[in-house]
Design a protein around this ligand. Structure first.
Ligand code: HEC
Length: 439
């Protein structure tokens, strides 16, 4: 598992950077490990925290940190584990519970750095006894290629009409102190009503009629920061594109790095994005893209039979291998006349390290899944100067939030942490996680 990516990572670092440690040989037993509790948040949005449903609205408004109440030794029911277990089972914050889903996960975090990079190592246990390296497919139904496999919060999965298939993920949001409120409220600043799988889901018509979202050509509402709206609790009240560009130039955005067990892990990378008026990808080109042709809805690529022994898979092959479709390694252009049969399946995303470009291609990762546990090392270059990145610097202290997507789920179905501090060899003050300088 992940062998391909591992080999790729090693060769990359051997060629790429003389000053950088080979991340595959870092002795992590010497680096302190911090246990970060992650819990299932359901629909506990920025707006929900300010309603009477969350009793301490005045304290949240005045900016008191979540952990000041939610991490006290004497208040068990307010601790992440109790909250997650309660919310995931269904109730006001979870209208469509996934049967048997865990409410909580312990995330082990270690951090190191050298002259070139920061190395963030994460470990967590998956609920299933296989890793979530597969993502949705295109399936031939005898006539057409249709998406097969959806996240578990979707009605089609809960009704049994589709299987739950969605990649695992490990994400970090990073603020360098320029985002008001992030230090206290963390990821909850970005999570709002109107978003996918959240209350008051914005309709296509509402989105199309919205000046900001039509200006930035988006078809739905995603994570945003309060400062990008005239009324932070109303996604529809977007500021002008010029005002938002000013916020970006002032650094008032959070970096969002997502390691994706299918769409970035396949090529030894993590993606690179940021949250401001939407959840945006950095400039350049991501390492993944859709494999369905927009006009014909047929796949653009299929597997190279000469290299992997098959052009497509069938449902009985699920969870038996990674089934990555990698443009430069095992893909060839789709042949519509290859005698396709009902039930043939091809990955719905094509992944490529070679095609990833610019600021979107900054982050590497090495990951493996063994005995029910993911180990992921994100490799982030220090001192990035792009206008959509937070530059990590030796001595710097950052506010971070972590998320894990486990067991075929997306949107509110992830586990999240309260805001933590990450130091890169920080000398002064106390930080939750401090990256250790490598010898
Ligand atoms: C001043 C104390 C205080 C602060 C600050 C606070 N909370 Fe709470 N929170 C509570 C209490 C008390 C409850 C449970 C009772 C209630 O909701 O009335 C609660 C409940 C919750 C629940 C629901 C748990 C359940 O059982 O359904 C979530 C989620 C939550 N808080 C998240 C947050 C987040 C996120 C923050 C920071 C942005 C935060 N809280 C800040 C006191 C606080």
């Amino acid at each position: 598992m992940g062998q391909r990516a591992l080999i790729f990572g090693i060769s990359l670092f051997a060629i790429g950077s003389a000053m950088a440690a080979d991340p595959a040989t870092i002795n992590w037993t010497k680096i302190p490990a911090v246990k970060v509790p992650l819990f299932y948040p359901g629909q506990s949005s920025y707006e929900w925290l300010l309603t009477d449903a969350h009793s301490k609205t005045d304290k949240v408004k005045s900016g008191e940190t979540c952990v000041s109440c939610h991490d006290k030794a004497d208040a068990d029911k307010l601790k992440p584990k109790s909250m997650g277990d309660k919310i995931v089972a269904g109730g006001p914050l979870e209208p469509m519970p996934v049967k048997g889903k865990n409410g909580y996960v312990d995330l082990n975090v270690q951090a190191a750095y050298d002259d070139k990079n920061a190395y963030l190592r994460y470990q967590w246990k998956t609920q299933q006894n296989h890793p979530g390296t597969e993502h949705q497919y295109l399936r031939f139904d005898g006539k057409e290629w249709k998406v097969y496999g959806y996240p578990q919060l979707d009605k089609v999965v809960q009704d049994g009409a589709q299987p739950g298939i969605y990649e695992d993920r490990m994400s970090i949001m990073i603020d360098d102190g320029k985002v008001p409120g992030f230090a206290n409220q963390g990821c909850w600043l970005t999570c709002h009503e109107g978003q996918r799988d959240m209350p008051k889901l914005a309709t296509k018509e509402e989105v199309a009629a919205n000046p900001l979202l039509s200006a930035i050509k988006k078809g739905d509402v995603r994570k945003y920061l309060p400062a990008t709206r005239h009324n932070p609790s109303d996604w529809a009240t977007g500021k002008s594109v010029e005002e938002i560009a000013k916020l970006k130039a002032d650094g008032a955005f959070v970096d969002l790095i997502q390691w994706r067990a299918h769409r970035s892990h396949a090529v030894g990378m993590a993606d690179d994005g940021y949250v401001l008026e939407w959840r945006l990808a950095d400039a350049g080109k991501d390492m993944f893209g859709g494999n369905a042709d927009k006009a014909t809805r047929q796949p653009k690529f299929m597997w190279d039979e000469k290299k992997v022994g098959y052009k497509s898979i069938t449902v009985d092959q699920l969870r038996k291998g990674d089934h990555f479709l990698i443009r430069e390694q095992n893909a060839v252009p789709f042949d519509p006349n290859a005698g396709w049969k009902e039930g043939d399946m091809i990955a719905d995303y094509i992944v490529s390290r070679e095609d990833a470009k610019g600021s979107a291609a900054d982050n590497n990762a090495i990951a493996s899944w063994k005995d029910g546990m993911w180990t992921v090392v994100m490799i982030r270059p220090l001192g990035l100067a792009n206008d959509d990145d937070k530059a990590l610097k030796p001595g710097g202290v950052y506010n971070v939030g972590f998320a894990v997507h486990d067991d075929n789920i997306t949107t509110r179905g992830h586990f999240v942490s309260f805001s933590k501090t990450l130091g890169i060899g920080a000398k002064k003050g106390k930080v939750d996680i401090n990256a250790v300088k490598l010898p």
